[in-house]
Design a protein around this ligand. Structure first.
Ligand code: ATP
Ligand code: MG
Ligand code: MG
Length: 348
């Protein structure tokens, strides 16, 4: 089989590599750490740091195609990948890395994010709060995940007293929503677009806790409009692979939150719960193969993240025949760290 290169060594890369192995591909993992959890199921290629273009070139030379599981891969050194196909195209990465550029991009395509304004100073923040109102959330434009790099602004007074971090920020109005959901699609090299069922996502402390399909009816009513936007995003980026858009379901319809140019935690239920998993379809797409069915393979599924060092009784979880346990092989459990997940299928 041919070799797929993956930038990033986390659980998403690990699960892509496992799906790729089933299809006869070998994966090489590019990450600063040699013993990444993705490299445990594939071959490791250690780089000194993410900005090392020469290392990227040497890595790509071993691969038939290169993809990424980590959305903060620096874009500039990616030019070193040269003629080896890099999918999804780096423009998707570039757009999604910056909350300001992704919101502008989606707005231009007719989507509706929360009202937003870039913030680079305390004066900008005061102006943004005056224009948009409070409450709202101040976020770092880059590199935030699991709710990190976010500050709740309850009042204009909060905005005056907050010590701003020295990096580009964005202020967003607080969205009143009755549910959160994601649209996960896969676009093939031939432009074929397939959507997975949209899960109802519940977050706790800014971290995804559960994703459940089928979602409640009131939420599902908003999925067609959200899918139409996601399809436009995919077309505009000439996207190949799995793409995720997160939405708030509100009284006024779906409000775009953010996009991820990759497989997504809210799609882990597809491993057992869909005809083809998000990981397998991503591999099929980047390898130029036909996509697999994205319909449900069970009546329902609920994915629950295993977070932090909470003790779990694995035999008890496995004693339920509807449960599937996934452990990522991470060494030390830190608070808030995603250690694995359990998917429970609804079987009749
Ligand atoms: P991820 O791990 O999904 O990449 P992230 O760190 O990029 O997370 P967001 O998705 O921006 O963070 O926010 C995390 C959660 O915080 C959201 O899923 C939502 O529950 C809440 N949240 C974020 N922005 C808003 C908003 N403008 N209004 C209301 N709730 C919000
Ligand atoms: Mg995010
Ligand atoms: Mg998010």
């Amino acid at each position: 089989g041919e070799t797929i290169g993956i930038f990033g060594g986390g659980q998403l890369g690990r699960m892509i590599a496992m799906a790729a192995a089933q299809l006869g591909y070998r994966c090489h993992i590019y990450a600063p750490e040699a013993d990444s959890i993705a490299a445990e199921v594939s071959a490791a290629f250690t780089c000194a740091n993410w900005d090392d273009g020469a290392a990227m070139a040497a890595f790509a030379a071993q691969c038939a195609v290169v993809t990424y599981e980590f959305e903060n891969v620096p874009v500039a050194p990616l030019a070193s990948v040269g003629d080896v196909p890099l999918l999804p195209h780096p423009r998707a990465l570039e757009t999604a890395q910056d909350r300001l550029s992704e919101k502008r991009f989606v707005t231009d395509l007719g989507g509706t994010p929360a009202p937003f304004a870039p913030v680079d100073s305390t004066q900008d923040l005061a102006d943004a709060v005056a224009a948009i109102g409070a409450p709202g959330i101040l976020k770092t434009r880059r590199e935030g995940y699991d709710g990190k790099g976010q500050w709740r602004i309850g009042t204009p007074e909060d905005a005056r007293t907050l010590d701003l971090p020295d990096q580009p920020l964005i202020y967003e109005g607080f969205v009143t929503f009755f549910a959160e959901f994601s649209v996960i699609l896969c676009r093939g090299a031939d432009g074929d677009v397939r959507f997975f069922d949209s899960a109802h996502n519940v977050h706790e402390s800014g971290i995804l806790a559960t994703s459940t399909v089928p979602a409640p009816a009131a939420m599902l009513e908003q999925v067609p409009a959200a899918r139409a936007l996601a399809a436009k995003v995919a077309e505009a980026l000439d996207y190949v692979g799995v793409l995720t858009l997160e939405f708030f379901a509100t009284e006024n319809g779906p409000v775009f939150n953010e996009m991820a140019p990759r497989v997504h935690n809210s799609g882990h239920w597809t491993i057992e719960g869909a005809i083809t998993s998000q990981f397998e379809n991503h591999v099929r797409a980047i390898c130029g193969l036909p996509l697999g069915g994205t319909g449900m393979a069970a009546k329902g599924a609920q994915m629950r993240n295993l977070i932090g060092d909470e003790a779990h009784d694995w035999p008890a979880i496995l004693a339920d025949p509807a449960n599937h346990l996934h452990l990522y092989g991470k060494a030390a459990a830190r608070p808030g760290r995603k250690m694995g997940h359990v998917t429970r299928l609804t079987l009749d």
